[in-house]
Design a protein around this ligand. Structure first.
Ligand code: PLP
Length: 400
């Protein structure tokens, strides 16, 4: 048994395309915030499959919903109605600004749908979409073009036309970039991948106003921030900005692959039979998981606990920054998406810190080359947060 991780890693490396540098563990089981690898080693999972397993691994209610659905109906395409899909879109519209939903299978697909909706809604002359420097919107060609990080474009040029990137947090430059061709502004309320970077509320409200003044659609990519991650079902609720289009994925199905693009009726009306589609989008099994996930997240007290535990984690991280000023300068985030901001000396050792934590049985990642990023399951306990903070402290104490 003891070489199991290595055996699986060696098999995988031979046959997988090299898009990922993986840690040397083959995970075999998950329960709550704990993952177990093929050799029986346990990990405190504070990444949750990158903000996906928000109710923890193998939550019994989700497992039950998935098993039941799998035994009844797995797939029929979107040529017919299904109950789980309808239940899900009813819940999503009831609890958001949106009236209508398009179902996809991933975040990138949800954003593709948003880009297509914004363009078709604006008409043929207006196709320009402005997003922000440092943003992350996905890996398909259009979403990678929307992504404001040149490293994701390299080697794949020419990029699809019509995308430009405004500097982070600068309203004047953003306004100056708007032309007759612009149809939408697209942004994350808080940039996850580039280092847990919140945008000022004033800035986001300014973006909304620009959209209203210039007749542009505001697209919020809440793929990472949505579904309770920030302590409200959607981050926009805390910002006092209502987007025209919102995209969701990651935690929506607590691990089942699913994405959604939501909008108001008048805008959604531009999508008619034939304009867009997906064979798998809104698959009954994924939707059954999402319905069960949403029902739990909507229970009384769930979100207030996320906020409270988020504050607790924030305070703990701030204390670590005070204790290790050479390595960390502060902490930031919302709810249970948090980053420990590293100093230049810290950044040099960021990847090593994550590897040492992995060795010590704690999973986090190094985001944007600036922060240690914490995305624990929202059901994490304070005891587990203490365990996480102690593990991070140990690793910081061992750094240069
Ligand atoms: C993860 C992510 C995406 C892409 O989602 P995929 O499911 O990987 O396609 C897009 N936008 C944001 C903000 C994300 O965090």
């Amino acid at each position: 048994m003891s070489e199991e991780n290595k055996i699986w890693a060696e098999k995988a490396e031979k046959v997988f395309m090299g898009t990922y540098a993986r840690y040397p563990a083959a995970m075999v089981k998950g329960e709550g915030c704990t993952l177990t690898d093929a050799e029986g080693k346990k990990y405190l999972d504070c990444l949750a499959g990158i903000a996906v397993c928000s109710l923890g691994h193998c939550h019994p209610a989700i497992t039950e919903a998935v098993c039941k659905q799998v035994s009844e109906l797995v797939h029929v395409s979107n040529l017919y109605y299904t109950k789980p899909q309808t239940e899900l879109v009813e819940l999503l519209t009831k609890h958001s600004f949106a009236d209508q939903v398009f179902m996809a299978n991933s975040g990138a697909e949800a954003n593709e749908a948003a880009i297509k909706l914004a363009r078709i809604c604006a008409g043929p002359e207006r196709y320009g979409i402005i997003s922000l420097a440092g943003s992350f919107h996905g890996r398909t060609l259009a979403t990678v073009a929307a992504t404001g990080q040149p490293k994701f474009h390299e080697g794949f040029e020419p990029m699809p036309e019509g995308f430009s990137h405004a500097p982070f947090g600068n309203l004047n430059v953003l306004e100056a970039m708007i032309t007759n061709q612009t149809c939408a502004i697209m942004c994350e309320p808080l940039q996850g991948e580039s280092g847990v970077r919140p945008l000022d509320i004033d800035y986001l409200q300014g973006v909304e106003k620009l959209c209203r003044d210039h007749n542009l659609l505001l697209i919020f990519d809440e793929i990472q921030t949505g579904m309770g991650r920030t302590g409200t079902l959607f981050a926009y609720e805390q910002i006092g900005v209502v987007p025209d289009i919102m995209t969701l994925a990651k935690a929506l199905g607590n691990g089942m692959p699913i994405g959604a693009m939501l909008s108001r009726k008048e805008i959604a009306a531009s999508f008619v039979p034939g304009t867009h589609g997906s064979t798998f989008g809104g698959n009954p099994v994924a939707c059954a998981a999402a319905v069960a996930t949403m029902k739990i997240m909507l229970e009384d007290g769930f979100m207030s606990e996320v906020l409270e535990k988020g504050e607790y984690l924030q305070k703990g991280l701030e204390k670590l920054a005070e204790r290790f000023p050479k390595l960390a300068s502060g902490a930031r985030g919302m709810g249970l998406i948090r980053g420990l901001v590293l100093t230049d000396a810290g950044v040099e050792q960021g990847a090593d810190m994550v590897k040492k934590l992995f060795d010590n049985g704690v999973l986090i990642n190094f985001a944007g080359n600036v922060v240690l990023r914490f995305l624990p399951p929202l059901i994490i306990t304070k005891e587990e947060i203490d365990q996480l903070l102690a593990a991070v402290a140990d690793v910081l104490a061992g750094c240069k």
